[in-house]
Write a protein that binds this ligand. Structure first.
Ligand code: GLN
Length: 220
């Protein structure tokens, strides 16, 4: 069998296309994943941001919950961004956990309402030598991690990025910035080789790059 060489993006709800676009920018084969049979050949799966309750229900409706648990047992690497982190956490303060695949505790909507969304810049030495812009959208906080989990980024007393051997979680959205460092980092974690060279930033990216506006001619 050919070695697993692709990264999938769970395509049920949320920021799917934005992750696919970033993976394309770093030259890593990627595809949206909606069905069990599409997991074949995947080295990693991104669970995007969106709304965790909605995503959890869709996982059950589409029968993908068990598939992800089984593929994780087989060694599939996972990356949850924002709501994806909530789905992957073993503990969800005041609520039931969903997939429970990384030993962290999260608290949903811990920064407040949608209006309390924000951006900042940080250094994450394990991920990039350059500072990285972060976008938080009604994010959860990772409030604690168990010893098997490595903290990649801590800000003001909460954990914003962490990983164990198989699973990466970030409470922010690297796919909504021009920075490609986290996507390269995850691709390498999956054993794939992102396109070499260049800065962490895609110079062609603009603030509108993640909006996919359909022209009226496309709709007719
Ligand atoms: N607030 C959302 C939730 O609790 C997560 C938001 C996001 O993914 N940007 O599911």
């Amino acid at each position: 069998m050919a070695p697993a060489a692709e990264i999938g993006v769970l395509d049920l709800q949320g920021g799917v296309q934005e992750h696919l676009d970033h993976l394309q920018r770093i030259g890593v084969p990627a595809k949206p994943i909606k069905q069990a049979r599409e997991f074949r050949g995947l080295a990693g799966l991104i669970i995007p941001g969106g709304e965790s309750t909605c995503l959890a229900r869709l996982l059950t409706i589409f029968g993908l919950r068990e598939v992800i648990l089984e593929e994780h047992r087989r060694g599939l690497k996972l990356w949850g961004t924002c709501a994806g982190t909530i789905l992957l956490a073993k503990e969800n303060v005041g609520e039931s956990p969903h997939l429970g695949l990384i030993d962290v505790s999260v608290q949903r909507n811990a920064f407040g309402s949608q209006l309390d969304s924000f951006q900042c810049r940080v250094q994450v030495p394990e991920v990039s030598t350059e500072s990285i812009p972060l976008t938080f959208i009604r994010a959860p906080k990772i409030v604690s991690v168990r010893p098997a989990v490595n903290v990649l980024l801590e800000i003001d007393g909460y954990i914003a990025a962490a990983e164990d051997e198989q699973t990466l979680v970030t409470i922010f959205h690297p796919e909504l910035t021009p920075n490609l460092a986290f996507h390269r980092y995850f691709a390498r974690k999956c054993g794939l080789q992102p396109q070499a060279g260049g800065s962490a930033i895609d110079p062609t990216w603009t603030r509108q790059s993640w909006t996919h506006i359909q022209r009226s001619s496309d709709l007719s």
